[in-house]
Design a binder for this molecule. Structure first.
Ligand code: AKG
Ligand code: FE2
Length: 229
């Protein structure tokens, strides 16, 4: 694993409202390959098929009543440890990974991640770039319209950290398209590889994202059994 001491301040996305950090090449190409092969080695029932993408839960399935914690295998847990070392969850250790697979043309509707999670989202991208759009809700409570305000380019092997207004106020989404235009709405282009050129169009490949979070309400199934006399 690459050197894991980071000065987060130099990775802060300065053209955004508070708070986003973007670290390109957070993982190596070999680590990316290992992640992809482990994810695709999972048995079929590990996948949940949605209409527009499929996903895997690791560490348990978050639920409003709490999450029954499951052990996260070492090939995956090493990245939770590396994120824990960044100390972006006020001393809390990440304990859940949502894996999303997007084929070109697939995406995710505008949403907020919500109260099941500690209010920090961290996302590792593998296999392809994607453009993550941020949308502002209408200030008028009676209206449901959303206005696209800015976007982030997420390169393969990058880490994104979202907090504060970018967690709780601006919704995020991925458009269901097969190619992305690299335009002025992308506020972290200066933090990305020079292979992404303003004005160009980039074709998507299959992308796997690891959304790594801390779920505060957890119970350990084993512990409950142990308490029974
Ligand atoms: O794939 C991504 O980068 C975003 C996933 C996401 O927004 C979510 O799982 O809540
Ligand atoms: Fe999300």
């Amino acid at each position: 694993m690459a050197n894991s001491t980071y000065n987060l301040e130099i990775h802060k996305v300065k053209k955004l409202p508070e708070t986003a950090y973007y670290i390109s090449d957070f993982i190596t190409e070999a680590e990316e390959r290992a992640i992809l092969s482990n994810i695709y080695a999972a048995p079929k029932p590990k996948w949940t098929q949605l209409s527009n993408r499929k996903l895997q839960n690791w560490g348990g399935v978050p639920h409003s009543k709490g999450m029954i914690a499951e052990v996260i295998p070492p090939w995956l847990d090493q990245y939770l440890e590396k994120i824990y070392a960044l100390n972006v969850m006020r001393g809390k250790r990440p304990n859940h990974v949502l894996v999303n697979e997007y084929l070109p043309g697939q995406g995710i509707m505008p949403h907020l991640d919500g109260s099941l999670f500690y209010p920090t989202i961290t996302t590792i991208s593998a296999g392809s770039h994607i453009v993550l759009k941020f949308l502002e809700p209408s200030k008028d409570d009676r209206k449901t319209d959303l206005t696209h305000r800015f976007s982030l380019l997420l390169e393969p092997r990058s880490l994104l950290i979202l907090q504060d207004a970018l967690f709780e106020y601006y919704l995020h989404s991925i458009e269901e398209i097969t190619e992305d235009l690299i335009d002025d709405s992308i506020v972290n282009l200066d933090m990305c590889s020079s292979s992404f050129v303003k004005g160009s169009v980039v074709t998507r490949e299959t992308r796997i994202s690891l959304t790594i979070r801390h779920v505060p309400k957890t119970t350990s199934f084993k512990l409950n059994i142990g308490n029974k006399r």
